[in-house]
Design a protein around this ligand. Sequence first.
Ligand code: HEC
Length: 151
Amino acid sequence: MMRYPHLVFAGAVIGVCCTVARAVDAPLLSPGVSQRAKVNYLVHCAGCHLPDGHGSPGTVPDLREYLGQFAQHPDSRSFIARVPGSSGSPLSNAELTEVLNWILVTMNGDQLHPDFKPYTEEEVARYRRDTLIDVGPVRQALIKTLAESAR
Ligand code: HEC
């Protein structure tokens, strides 16, 4: 079930159209923010994660797989900003916040919970200071926690 059809729709029309109604409906994806986030994603992330986020099986994870669920769970919310690709990127905290919210809304719209809270700049700044070095085991533990909490 697609819980955020309006956000996904807004994502599909990035940079194409601009109405006040849509800006109010999906403030995260106001055309200016979307366009900037998309360009920053393409420049700083897509080299590894590829333009649609699917990455490379076995080496670069698919950004469309778990991020919506990670963002919802208190234990895993920080993970997305702590991985080296996010944490160590040259993007400012404001830019990284936009990119992460853009990834969530455009690539994970159908996973987002109705009470999904977009990342704030303050939150991203705090999380990314604590760079995660050994990502694999932490990711596996988070996925296990998610599976258990879904039971
Ligand atoms: C040089 C290649 C590279 C670049 C550039 C890169 N990443 Fe990554 N990313 C990875 C790899 C590899 C992983 C797997 C974890 C690890 O080894 O760091 C990953 C993991 C992630 C994850 C965790 C996904 C999951 O399901 O576990 C997120 C979120 C992420 N990257 C976001 C970003 C963002 C946002 C950018 C751009 C600002 C970015 N990455 C740039 C290679 C990259």
